[in-house]
Write a protein that binds this ligand. Structure first.
Ligand SMILES: Cc1cc2nc3c(=O)[nH]c(=O)nc-3n(C[C@H](O)[C@H](O)[C@H](O)COP(=O)(O)OP(=O)(O)OC[C@H]3O[C@@H](n4cnc5c(N)ncnc54)[C@H](O)[C@@H]3O)c2cc1C
Length: 445
């Protein structure tokens, strides 16, 4: 049984294609979501189908694999059973010989979940769609606004967290305003929109090291993104947010659209596995695994991808793919009575897209910025893309979006547009402000 059809689970399932095994892949979503491109969905470049292909379609030719749309709720490791909820409600048991769990991670608001309704995160297709509605809806509301102050609040976007996701989103909103929307409005000039990027650290993309992070800061400045270092977001409401600076002063920033890209929390299934096996959790709720990605005392159970903790590996797609492959390979080797190995990570580096023609890449010590980095970003994403009917299709679409100005994937209706009183609320309703519990933005991905 494989739980989760993300990068880890899907790569594990595919690696077992020719093995004499029966694979059951369980996911609560019918689709494999290519998370690194969620920001392109949120800003109207790609459609849902292009970055979230049906798992059934991806695995159609793999006859030894069945896909079940169910939510896993727990594990009985002694009886080797996964407990999964049928969409009708009842809990079903799925028995296994080997179990691979790759249930990923979700958004963390550092304990201040009251922020969530006012600052959606981008971990899922639904989250990205909500951001798309709010971003395009904010420009619509600005066009309809009667006063200068109101217009300016709608044209102010705050992105919390200056890791790769925050940087990508901030850059994309400025690009939208400067290129796509430039000539489309009559009462407002979208180019005047303000994008605030807030982070607890000193630089954006801090994990990329001083050189790349400095270059990223320069590119963001050129784009017109307003970077606010050393700040902690203490509260968010429908009209803006409060941030505490390094010197302890609290400042109110009016912004109708706030996006949360600051924290990560492992799937609750990590805790369920820890409770069942006695394994420990780290601060992000990730389960600490043995060097071969198995659980202590349970060599038949693997935890892989974003939900596991091993050697401080980061929560990135490459780790997920490689741990998924490792788990599947270990199962194959055991069947052939071959010796198994500990997991060894091959670090292929990291990259972040900032804007059209501009990215930063750290590839095994080789640091690239600007256009060469962007070309490399393009090459890597084309190579790993699952979902587009063809890679050529993806290239053509990106060519259209990057060379031209138009973005076609941005349908919204009146009900989607954020209201003055708060996201998703009726126009005349009051939204209660969340309590001012401090939240610490970091450089989450
Ligand atoms: C916006 C964004 C941008 C990113 N950009 C990059 C990038 O540029 N480069 C990079 O390397 N990494 C990037 N990442 C990180 C990368 O996407 C993750 O590291 C990777 O997706 C982790 O894979 P996974 O298989 O562990 O988890 P996921 O891909 O999250 O998959 C988990 C799967 O488990 C399923 N699931 C969860 N709970 C249950 C349950 N209870 N029952 C059944 N199914 C369940 C989910 O539906 C999902 O399909 C980004 C992440 C995000 C959110």
């Amino acid at each position: 049984v494989i739980v989760g059809g993300g990068f880890a689970g899907l790569f594990a399932a595919r690696w077992l294609k020719r093995a004499p095994v029966e694979v059951t892949l369980v996911d609560r979503s019918a689709n494999h979501v290519f998370q690194p491109l969620l920001y392109q969905y949120a800003t109207g470049i790609v459609s849902e189908g292009q970055i979230a292909p049906p798992l059934r379609q991806v695995l159609a030719s793999q006859e030894n694999c069945r896909v079940l749309l169910m939510e896993v709720t727990g594990f009985d490791l002694e009886r080797r059973a996964v407990l999964a909820r049928h969409p009708d409600g009842p809990i079903t048991e799925l028995r296994y010989d080997s179990l691979i769990v790759g249930a990923g991670a979700g958004q963390s608001y550092f304990g201040n979940d009251a922020i969530a309704p006012f600052a959606p995160g981008m971990k899922t297709i639904d989250g990205a769609l909500e951001i798309r509605r709010r971003v395009f809806g904010a420009f619509e509301m600005a066009e309809l606004a009667s006063g200068r102050e109101e217009r300016s609040a709608w044209l102010t976007f705050a992105v919390v967290g200056a890791g790769p996701t925050g940087v990508e989103l901030a850059g994309q909103i400025r690009e939208l305003a400067m290129r796509t929307l430039r000539d489309e409005f009559r009462a407002i000039d979208p180019e005047l929109c303000q994008v605030l990027l807030l982070d607890g650290g000193a630089e954006p993309l801090a994990t990329f090291g001083d050189k790349l992070s400095g270059r990223a800061a320069g590119t963001l400045r050129d784009l017109g993104v307003d970077f606010h270092p050393h700040c902690m977001v203490t509260s968010v409401d429908a009209a803006g947010l409060e941030v505490k600076g390094k010197d302890g002063t609290v400042q109110r920033l009016p912004a109708r659209t706030v996006i949360w890209a600051a924290g990560v929390q492992a799937s609750p299934l990590a805790r369920a596995l820890a409770d069942a096996s006695g394994a420990e959790l780290d601060r992000q709720g990730r389960i600490k695994v043995e060097p071969d990605c198995t659980l202590p005392g349970h060599p038949e159970v693997f935890a892989v991808g974003d939900m596991m903790h091993l050697n401080d590996l980061p929560g990135v797609a490459e780790v997920a793919m490689q741990t998924g492959l490792h788990a599947a390979n270990t199962i194959k080797r055991r069947m052939l009575a071959q010796p198994t190995r500990n997991f060894r990570y091959l670090d292929l580096g990291s990259m972040a897209y900032i804007a059209r023609g501009r990215a930063v890449v750290d590839f095994r010590g080789i640091k690239l910025t600007g256009f060469p980095a962007w070309l490399m970003w393009l090459f890597i994403h084309i190579t790993f893309l699952t979902g587009f009917t063809s890679r050529l299709g993806a290239l053509l679409l990106w060519f259209g979006a990057f060379a031209g100005r138009r973005r076609g994937q941005r349908a919204i209706v009146v009900e989607d547009v954020p209201r003055t009183a708060g996201p998703g609320a009726p126009a005349d309703a009051e939204q209660p402000a969340p309590p001012p519990t401090p939240a610490t933005p970091g450089s989450g991905s």
